[in-house]
Ligand binder design. Structure first.
Ligand code: GLU
Length: 457
């Protein structure tokens, strides 16, 4: 069996880190099992779904390193769902209901006061032909419910019916179908809710593993019943825990909180996002993986916690620094070029500054410091200014070799008697304008003798 997974967001907003977790769990699972990854847009809600969001989601996935084997849109597949509806109707497991939301609400309240679970009581099954004719004459159109297989003879007498599966993440799971309402699959206006198209597509597309957030655990009970009603073997399911903000709020595509786009705009590296999105809330150490193949080797769905996990963006910066500090020039080259960092000096410059960067784009500021000198001239005491004049007078002639910094500062120490911070800090401030930064031993050759002398205070 070829492993086939799918990532199935509704294109109603930009994806956030929690959605990325789902996408990556699927992608890494496919990677580890030589499987296929289908990008499926659950866009049956035509009013809220937008092509621009679908495009943006694909862009975000590509940025993370996910390249789907196929891309599908549910909005182009209505005929397939219509055919499934006819099959379910013919099998007698999809039935017409005429209640208004207000009527349903009232019924639920009545059931509660009687101590009954607030599920749909299947009253529509008992409608007479006359009542149906009356509703229709009133212009009411039916919505359609799936008759859950939770009874042995009389559907009005549901019995405990356990649906069990061995969850890839959570282990043994059980949902009691008698605790659920028959789900509405088709609305009055003929539009589809998520449940049926999802199952039909999982069957049609040969999806072998459904990996998604644990907000879908109950749905899975219903969907397994629906797979069977459509004559199909249910896939393997895995439900990972959800991520929340540090204050414990759920993430939403609507608010844009922790969207992949905003993290990218903040200068976070894709592998920092991917590493944290996958490893947070698992028993694995959160460390920055260099690429998705390496991350896949640390990925084990069963190692995921069952309760939700807090996602702290500050951790992203820690991973970001690690990735930048280890990033070879070849990987950074094109992006540095966009920042105007090119030519012979680009590589030694990168190797000199990468260890000091929070974001790759910060390299631009260091490049300007080297090219144009400090942004602001520091104020020096008379003492320090004299010291610096003396030091610059000792700067050796070119050509310089690899020990120029050591040679020069050795001479300065000898001539001035200064050492340690008293020696290095005025030099650092004069050369860069900043009290900290990359090793001066690496920066000095990039400034050259002329550039260094030009920094004379
Ligand atoms: N569109 C659904 C969601 O984003 C898909 C759930 C599923 O993977 O089946 O929650």
């Amino acid at each position: 069996m070829t492993v086939t997974v799918r990532f199935a967001p509704s294109p109603t907003g930009r994806i956030h880190i929690g959605n990325a977790r789902t996408a990556l769990f699927n992608w890494l699972f496919a990677l580890n099992n030589k499987g296929r990854f289908i990008q499926r847009f659950d866009d049956t809600d035509i009013a809220r779904s937008k092509q621009e969001f679908a495009d943006a989601i694909l862009y975000d996935l590509h940025w993370l390193g996910i390249f789907p084997d196929a891309t599908e849109y549910q909005s182009r597949r209505f005929e397939i769902y219509d055919a499934a509806v006819e099959r379910l109707k013919a099998a007698g497991v999809l039935y017409a209901c005429y209640e208004t939301p207000e009527e349903l609400d009232l019924r639920r309240k009545v059931r509660r006061t009687r101590g009954l679970p607030p599920v749909y009581g299947r009253e529509a099954l008992a409608l007479t032909t006359e009542q149906v004719a009356e509703y229709q004459a009133d212009g009411r159109r039916p919505h359609w419910r799936f008759l859950l297989p939770n009874f042995s003879g009389d559907p009005l007498q549901p019995e405990r019916t356990e649906i069990r599966w061995d969850d890839l993440v959570r282990g043994e799971e059980t949902v009691d179908l008698a605790s659920l309402s028959d789900p509405v699959l088709v609305r009055e206006d003929g539009t589809y809710l998520y449940t049926l198209p999802s199952v039909v597509d999982d069957i049609e597309m040969g999806v072998s593993h459904v990996i998604r957030g644990d907000d879908h655990v109950t749905n899975t009970g219903v969907q397994i019943a629906l797979f069977k009603a459509l004559g199909a073997e249910p896939p393997v399911f895995g439900h990972h825990n959800l991520l929340t903000t540090v204050s414990g709020e759920g993430l939403s595509k609507r608010t844009g909180a922790l969207s992949i786009e905003s993290l990218r705009d903040d200068g976070i590296e894709p592998m920092a996002v991917a590493s944290l999105a996958v490893l947070v809330g698992t028993s694995e150490n959160v460390a920055a993986a260099h690429d998705l193949t390496e991350l896949a080797s640390h990925f084990d769905p069963a190692a995921t916690s069952k309760s939700s996990s807090k996602f702290d963006p500050a951790e992203l910066f820690v991973l970001n620094r690690v990735l930048l500090h280890n990033m070879p020039f070849d990987e950074a080259r094109d992006r540095l070029m966009v920042l105007g960092i090119a030519g012979e000096q680009a590589q030694p410059f990168w190797l000199a500054v990468r260890g000091n960067l929070d974001r790759l784009a910060d390299a631009g500021a260091w490049w300007r410091v080297l090219r144009e000198g400090p942004r602001e001239k520091p104020d020096f005491s008379d003492d320090d200014r004299d010291f610096l004049h003396q030091a610059l007078d000792l700067l050796p002639e070119e050509p310089w070799n690899g020990t120029i910094w050591k040679d020069w500062t050795g001479k300065i120490r000898e001539a001035t008697g200064r050492k340690g911070k008293a020696l290095f800090m005025p030099l650092r401030l004069a050369l860069t304008g900043l009290p900290s930064g990359p090793e001066l031993a690496d920066l000095l050759p990039l400034m050259g003798r002329e550039g260094t002398l030009a920094r004379r205070p």
